[in-house]
Each structure stands twice: as structure tokens, then as C-alpha cells.
Design a protein around this ligand. Structure first.
Ligand code: C2O
Ligand code: CU
Ligand code: CU
Length: 442
């Protein structure tokens, strides 16, 4: 309460930046202007990529996460620009309604730029969804959740490694959870239904979200839009970059205070106060038709490892994708409109939320495999049956949890304009340190 305001970076002077509203079929042009100061206020030179550049500069490039856009408007990490420069990006908006988000994607310092505040919501709407009568207007709220390490002086701290063998930190966990950039804010709501667009914009942390009164969060959408039907959930888990739209009904709770909680900690308080406005529409029983992409339509099944280490050449150890560094020649080169399966083989002990630019995908299965057999012979030996995705993963996704000890298999049709895009782990410390690869849509 007595703290001075926390210095942050933002878009239009705000973090989160202004919510960009998009309507399917109505393209948007956005000019992204780098008006940042010449110096970063966070330690800048601790990533592999940052260190490789002669002079680490304050740089940024904007990416709309989950949007199908031409390659030259996608925010390719090397398309960054320095203060005083700008880029004009074209967003066709030819895709289904979904909660997307925009954020910095500059090579080597994405983790610092997001941490500094460079993110915001990008809400895509379409007529199909608008006809369903879900809560809208001021009852439709994007909620960007993240954690930060805040010092007693009210300033943001980013952890620094003191290990010369590993100059970067592999994770960044804060002591404060922020909701739309605020510490435990409250919101006055009416006793009616609200749509909350929950977005995990944190560097590393995952969220296990619940309501303090035990009421379910009724999930209506995942990363890439509406689920087939509303799904009541006691708890919603989100890994970095995942989204879940939930409907919460405050009817009958007039005068009460309800908290949104992360593992028991309150992160947002709803104060239910009756102002006489009522819900008119009922919750639809069906939301969307989601056709499952048959695995037999895939022209290719790429086996891609997560977290293979490179200890060679005295370089610090780092995790890679498909056993390759960022700068290695492109190996993932799907053909336009072809269907592919990507089998993500997690060789580490941790979860990696894997994100593909450009496309939406479906989760096929997760299946345990024998790590020793893989290391010895580089062959996949499954040790148990395939596990189908849970109901919340039966909709369209753009970021998937790759669990340790598992092969996570996804299927996608590579719709979009040919060009160079990226796929990466969305733990930002990993992304900035080799867990990102280009892919080429041919
Ligand atoms: Cu959220 Cu490569 O992005
Ligand atoms: Cu993205
Ligand atoms: Cu990772």
C-alpha cells in the first residue's frame, strides 16, 4: 500500500496493453512502434542468444499468439527492431473466435520483455459465437495472470544466475501473482453470469485455478476457441500461454465476496453487488462442432525430442528441440495444407508447454515411453497404453503440455501462407535458450 508504483513496460503505456478487438473477416493493420528506452531495466545479457550479439540492444517485435497471419507479420524472433523504429503488421482475422494474446517475441530477450510487461489480449470474435448468447460487453473480461518477483522497494526483480556454467536461469518464479498487472485486485460484479478469459502470461508458473465458494468454473473455450459443449470444472489448470474461457454465475450471491484462487492464494476478489441487471440468455448446451482430424490423413509423423542436451564444446548446457540448435538448418518443413502428426518426446523431468505458430491443432494422445531404450538406441519403446486427451483438450489448441516420460502426439493441418514461422517451448527461459526452432511452410 505504501509502495511506490512498480516500473513496468507496456503497450500504449499500459500492462497488459489495450485489448485488441477483432472480428472474423475484418482485417486489422497494426503499427507497432518501439518507443522503449535505450536501456533495459532488467539484466539483459544472460541468454545464449543475447550473448551472441555484439551489442545486446533493447529490441522488440510483436507476435499475436494463436493468430494465423502471413509470415512477415508473425513477429519472427529475428525481425526485432530497436527504439525509434516500427513495423506495420497485417492481421487477416480469418479464423474462429478465440482468446488470443499478443506479446513481445524478440530473439534472446523475450523472457525479459514479457516480464517487463509487454503483453495484452487479442479477442477474436465471430458471428457463430455471437449468436450463442454468452456473456458479453462488460461481462466479458480478459484476465491475464502472471507472477513477478517484487522487491521491498516495489521494483521488479528478475533472477540472475551465479553459475558460470549456466549463465541463464531455467525458470523464474515470483513472490506475487498479478491479475491484469495488479496484486489482488477486486472487481464489482452483479449477480449474473460473466465470461472470464483466463490467460496464463507467466514466464514459468502454471496455475491451478478455483473459486473460493467451491462453485465450478464452466469452461466454454480453450486456446483456439469454443469447446463442443460447456464443461464444468472444479479446477482449471493452465500452463504458460494456455487459455481457458470460463463462465461464472454469480446469481444468488448478492452481497458476497468470492475469490479466484491459485492453489489456495487469492488472486482476484469478486464483490457481488446487485445493480438490478439480469441475465437474459440461458447457457447453450452445445457450443461448437469439432471434427476430429483422422490420424490416417497425416502425410507425416515427425518424432521430435524435447530437451536433448548439448554439453559439447565447453558451451553451457542447454535444452534443444529435435536435438537441434536454433541456428541449425530448418528441418520441420511441412507442405501448405498438408496434415502432419508431431510426436513430442519429452526427455526431461519437467513439463514443457509446446507452442506452434500459425496453426491450431488437436491433441491425439499421450503415451509413456522407455527413456533408457531411447537413449541407447533412439527408438521409441512404449511402456503403456496411449492416454486420450481429457475433455478440456478435445477442442482446438495452440499450446500443449508435453509431460515428462511421455510422448505427446498432436495433429494439425498446416493452413496458412508459405513462409518461415517458429515452434517453441513457452517456458520463456527455455524459449530464449535454444528451445525454439524455425519451421518452414512450403
Ligand atoms: Cu506466445 Cu511464439 O508465442
Ligand atoms: Cu505464438
Ligand atoms: Cu521447456
Amino acid at each position: 500500500r505504501d509502495l511506490p508504483p512498480t516500473p513496468q513496460w507496456g503497450y500504449q503505456g499500459m500492462s497488459p496493453g489495450p485489448t485488441l478487438q477483432a472480428q472474423r473477416g475484418e482485417p486489422l493493420l497494426v503499427e507497432w512502434i518501439n518507443a522503449l528506452p535505450q536501456e533495459h531495466f532488467l539484466p539483459i545479457d544472460h541468454s545464449i542468444h543475447g550473448a551472441e550479439r555484439e551489442k545486446p540492444a533493447v529490441r522488440t517485435v510483436a507476435h499475436v499468439h494463436g493468430a494465423r497471419v502471413p509470415a512477415d507479420s508473425d513477429g519472427y524472433p529475428e525481425d526485432w527492431f530497436t527504439p525509434g523504429h516500427s513495423a506495420l503488421y497485417h492481421y487477416p482475422n480469418g479464423q474462429d473466435a478465440a482468446t488470443l494474446w499478443y506479446h513481445d517475441h524478440a530473439m534472446g530477450i523475450t523472457r525479459l520483455n514479457l516480464y517487463a510487461g509487454l503483453f495484452g489480449a487479442y479477442v477474436m470474435r465471430d458471428p457463430h459465437e455471437q449468436a450463442l448468447g454468452l456473456p458479453d460487453g462488460d461481462c466479458d473480461l480478459p484476465l491475464a495472470l502472471c507472477d513477478r518477483l517484487v522487491g521491498k522497494d516495489g521494483k521488479l526483480y528478475y533472477p540472475v544466475s551465479d553459475d558460470p556454467e549456466a549463465p541463464w536461469v531455467s525458470e523464474c518464479n515470483g513472490n506475487a501473482i498479478l491479475c491484469n498487472g495488479k496484486l489482488f485486485p477486486y472487481l464489482e460484479v452483479e449477480p449474473r453470469r460473466y465470461r472470464l478469459r483466463l490467460m496464463n502470461v507467466a514466464n514459468t508458473r502454471f496455475f491451478n485455478l478455483t473459486l473460493s465458494n467451491g462453485q465450478p468454473l464452466v469452461q466454454v473455450a480453450s486456446d483456439q476457441g469454443l469447446l463442443a459443449a460447456p464443461l464444468p470444472r472444479k479446477q482449471v489448470t493452465l500452463y504458460p500461454a494456455e487459455r481457458a474461457d470460463v463462465v461464472v454465475d454469480f446469481a444468488g450471491l448478492d452481497g458476497k465476496d468470492i475469490e479466484l484462487r491459485q492453489q489456495g492464494d487469492a488472486i482476484l476478489q469478486f464483490r457481488v453487488r446487485d445493480r438490478g441487471r439480469r441475465d437474459t440468455a440461458a447457457m447453450p448446451t452445445a457450443l461448437n462442432t469439432i471434427e476430429r482430424t483422422p490420424p490416417a490423413t497425416a502425410v507425416r509423423d515427425r518424432v521430435l525430442t524435447l530437451g536433448e542436451m548439448d554439453d559439447a564444446g565447453g558451451r553451457p548446457t542447454m535444452m534443444m528441440l529435435g536435438g537441434k540448435h536454433w541456428s541449425a538448418p530448418i528441418t520441420e518443413d511441412p507442405r501448405q495444407d498438408s496434415v502432419e502428426i508431431w510426436s513430442l518426446v519429452n526427455l526431461t523431468g519437467d513439463v514443457h508447454p509446446v507452442h506452434l505458430h500459425l496453426v491450431r491443432f488437436q491433441v491425439l494422445e499421450r503415451r509413456p515411453f522407455d527413456l533408457f531404450a531411447w537413449n541407447a538406441t533412439r527408438t521409441l519403446k512404449y511402456t503403456g497404453p496411449a492416454q486420450p486427451p481429457p475433455p478440456e483438450e478435445m477442442g482446438w489448441k495452440d499450446t500443449v503440455r508435453a509431460d515428462p516420460g511421455m510422448v505427446t502426439r498432436i495433429i494439425t493441418r498446416f493452413e496458412g501462407e508459405p513462409g518461415r514461422y517458429v515452434w517453441h517451448c513457452h517456458l520463456l527461459e527455455h524459449e530464449d535458450n535454444e528451445m525454439m526452432r524455425p519451421f518452414l511452410l512450403r
